[in-house]
Each structure stands twice: as C-alpha cells, then as structure tokens.
Design a protein around this ligand. Sequence first.
Ligand code: FDA
Length: 305
Amino acid sequence: MERVLRNFFLFLSKNRFFTKLAKKYGLRFGAGKFVAGETIPDAVKTIKELNEKGMAVTIDHLGEFIDSESEAREAAEGCIKAIEAIAEHQLDSQLSLKLTSMGLDISEALVLENMRRILDVAEDKDVFVTIDMEDFERCEKTLEIFKKLREEYEHIGTVLQSYLYRTVDDIEELNRYNPNLRLVKGAYKESPKVAFPDKKDVDNNLKKIIKIHLQNGNYTAVASHDDKMIEYTKQLVEHHGISKDLFEFQMLYGIRVERQEELVEEGYKMRVYVPYGNDWYGYFMRRLAERPANVAFVLKGIFGK
Ligand code: FDA
C-alpha cells in the first residue's frame, strides 16, 4: 500500500497543470508545515529563528518545470534577491536551487547565463550555492553544468543520490573538483534500470558514498532523517578521526525537528533546508511520497482542524 501511495504522489508531483494551479492559489493543504512561506520576508523570519537555535540553513527559492525563458530569468532574479537578503540580514544561510528552474529544459546556454548571474552575486556576498539533483533524465546534464561552473566558481556544490547505480562512479569522477557535496537517498520515481529498487541497497549505497567522499577529504553534507545514516556517520568520523569541520548533517524544514535540535546539542553542524515561494506543489508532493503518514496534514488542510 505504501509503495502505491508513494508512486501516486510522485506521479502527482510531475503534473504541470497542478503545479501552475498551486502557484495561483497559494500555500494550501498543510504545505505550510514543510514550506516557510511565499515571500523573502517569510523566509528571513524562519531563517532567523533557526539560526537562533544554532542551526545553519540552506534556503530554497522553490521552482521547477519552468518552460519559458522569462520564467527562468525571473527565477534567477528570485535567487539573487534571496542571496541579497541573506547578506543584508547577516543570516547563516546558503542557497539551493534546481536547474530546471533556471531553464535546463530550454537550453544549456540559458542555464549557464542565469547561473553565472547568481554565482557572481553569491561569490561577492560570500553565499554558497548548491545545485539540487532532480530526476535521472537530468542527472548527466546537471553534473556537466556543475563541472563547468565549478571550474569558474568556488561557492558551488551539488547533490548525489544513492539510489542511482551510477553514483559511485560519479563521486569518484567528481573527486578531482574537491566538491562540497550533499549526499541523499533520492526523491524521484526512477526505473530499476537506473536505480536500486530495494531500499536496503539504497541505504547501503548511501553509507558507501558517505565513506568514499569523506575519505577523499571532501566536505560532505549527510542529508537524511534516517537515524541509521546519522549513527553510521558519527561512528565513521570518530573511527577515522575526521574533523567536524569536514561534514555536516542536513534535514528538511519541518521534518524531525527534535532530532535536529539534539544534533546541535551534541555539537554537530546541522543545516536545515528551508523552501519558500509560490511554486510549492512538486516539493510538497515528494514529501508526501516519502511518508504517506503526512497525508494526515493534507486532510487537516482540506477539512479543517
Ligand atoms: P528515509 O526516507 O528512509 O526516512 C527515514 C526516517 O525519516 C523515516 O522513517 C521518518 O521517520 C523520517 N522521514 C523521512 N521523510 C520524512 C517526511 N517526508 N516526513 C516525515 N518524516 C520523514 N532528494 C533529491 O533527489 N535531490 C535533492 O537535491 C535532495 N535534496 C535534499 C536536501 C536535504 C537537506 C534533505 C534532507 C533531503 C534532500 N532530498 C533530495 C530528499 C532525499 O533524497 C530523500 O528523499 C529524503 O531525505 C528522505 O530520505 P531519508 O534519507 O530522510 O530517509
């Protein structure tokens, strides 16, 4: 049943009609549990609260499935404004974005132009930018663009997903860039031709890539709510004497908040991924797919509390 619900929400997450409708009608159906708000001031308020609790942030100007040049330029403008707000309010925050929101499905030239505009400001304001990883179809292109930009900029990292068979090769291949990588299990619906269908293999592969990347001496963000992954990382760094400056834990806004606070108390670097903006639909559907129990929030949102 859980698998059926997961596939159902992942199917919904790709629906362009609902994506557009959601933008028009604003945050609904309990999405506010996972999304900080629709505007930069909403996001700034949330980041300040998290920073006060000792947590760093990566802010995500929500956006995906953009199919016009003007929308992509507008999304880039939104990212620049977010970086400026981080600098103006002296927030402990990085920025995350998706290349489809920068025009990946339109042309590489457009993405590079938008990314260079963002990264020029990011380097100037000393704000780190992470390119989120999307579905398998876009993985190769995303990594190619990351490599190009990494040759030009310092303040850029990306994400690798442990559910993909190709990821172990990618992590070794990227090593020559000494990249700052966020390592995740992966949130999209993929074919068994390209991704492990069995969760146990996905978990084992996440442990494997965490180990490879840390042992290669590269900065590693372990982005998971899974206690097994967190404990594994703690033991690994202790066993190999890896400095706390070389890794951090990351979790999503609104998920396992108490665990986030505990990790801060234990002295670990904890970064919360804070999405904001009106393009919340796809993000929200993927969170429901990860944990259909969250559907309770949707029902509350529809039928009242
Ligand atoms: P898993 O799904 O096994 O969950 C472990 C436990 O965590 C669950 O038992 C439950 O207790 C809790 N939990 C997990 N998800 C929950 C939810 N939605 N609601 C409530 N509890 C939940 N993916 C991707 O493809 N590209 C990307 O760029 C990113 N970026 C990213 C950034 C950050 C900071 C995080 C934390 C995650 C991502 N992801 C991502 C998502 C990632 O791939 C994955 O889908 C989710 O993190 C869920 O997997 P877990 O590792 O948390 O474990």
